[in-house]
Design a protein around this ligand. Sequence first.
Ligand SMILES: NC(=O)c1ccc[n+]([C@@H]2O[C@H](COP(=O)([O-])OP(=O)(O)OC[C@H]3O[C@@H](n4cnc5c(N)ncnc54)[C@H](O)[C@@H]3O)[C@@H](O)[C@H]2O)c1
Length: 380
Amino acid sequence: MQVIRFGIIGCGLMGREFASAAARWCHLTDIAARPEIVAVCNRTAAKMDWFTAHFPTIRQATTDYRELLANDEVDAVYCAVPHNLHEETYCAVIESGKHLFGEKPFGIDRAAYDAIAACLRHHPRVFTRCCSQFPFFPGVQRIGSMIEQGAFGRIIEVEAGFLHSSDLNPAKPINWKRQIKTNGEYGVMGDLGMHICHVPLRAGWRPRNVRAILSNIVTVRPDGKGGMAPCETWDNATLLCEAEDAAGERFPLTLKTQRIAPGETNTWYLRILGTQAAAEFTTRRPTLLRLLEYQNGRQDWRELDLGYETAFPTITGGIFEFGFGDAILQMWASYVDELHRGAPRGRFSGTATVEEVGLSHQLFTAALRSQREQATVPVV
Ligand SMILES: NC(=O)c1ccc[n+]([C@@H]2O[C@H](COP(=O)([O-])OP(=O)(O)OC[C@H]3O[C@@H](n4cnc5c(N)ncnc54)[C@H](O)[C@@H]3O)[C@@H](O)[C@H]2O)c1
């Protein structure tokens, strides 16, 4: 088994998710490489205590990412830092020659993304991907196979969304994700947008134009020091796009990202209507895939109760349920496996490519312009 020695920059919510996935690597039954976390970096030292307490393989804990990048024992880096630091840290990782698994939106804005992509062109041997775990839910894997087989026929309409309500409470104090200087002008699109763009982009569906309606619903929040602070980022975004498939056929693609969606905890969904079949999946009912295949002139929706059908085989019994932590493990298996083998196992079992992230930046930049001009604008 090849060991890939990882450093983590950013030991917050997502840094811990990766470490936990690495700790249960034995769950995977058919993989020839494994990650070993040997170094961690976080701006505030205390956040690294959980890592050093649970991972005896960690030999370096530092508050300066440059020290981690100078460490010859580190082969690859997972970077999970606030968006304003993506350009600086991702470019530094790439220039150090270490492989990079970066978090979305992969640059606070399009200029930052362009700088990272330019840096990569000078270091083509660095393997770089962007996190995207939702395609690994079994229901989405099935939809991916259907897309590959052309089972939908001509696409009539696609809807994708990611809705949560973590910002419904106006008394929730402000944090970096609610401020333009750290989260970016994209607001909720930067946080949730790549998650819903990934499958449509992997399918080869390209948004050609967009009319965006963006809302800032809670405009001030407690600053945590007794006062109030402006909460400037877009809470909710609805993008109505005209998309084009590989054959040049156009169809409506509606993309919704919302931080204030009453009743939703963390719902990712995808609905595809085609001339030969239709499919619906939502993480609200993670074992259920709804399918409609037009046969014999009938239009019957079928409900498939999916078990643990994963891109990367595991020890879990086939009838058991799949969840968020499983999707994270599958995503990490995909990154490590592709780094080891040099190619993804399947079209829909790969993490987001830098080119796909670039297309998402084109879309979100056009969406901001659409909102400003109150008009439909081209995605270029
Ligand atoms: N894939 C997903 O489902 C998912 C979910 C949430 C967040 N994210 C993404 O992950 C990234 C991080 O988000 P998070 O929720 O983990 O944030 P977080 O605030 O929980 O963690 C970020 C960490 O970075 C540290 N940090 C800040 N500046 C630093 C620096 N200069 N050097 C080293 N460490 C520094 C902070 O101290 C903090 O511990 C973002 O890009 C976000 O969009 C992805």
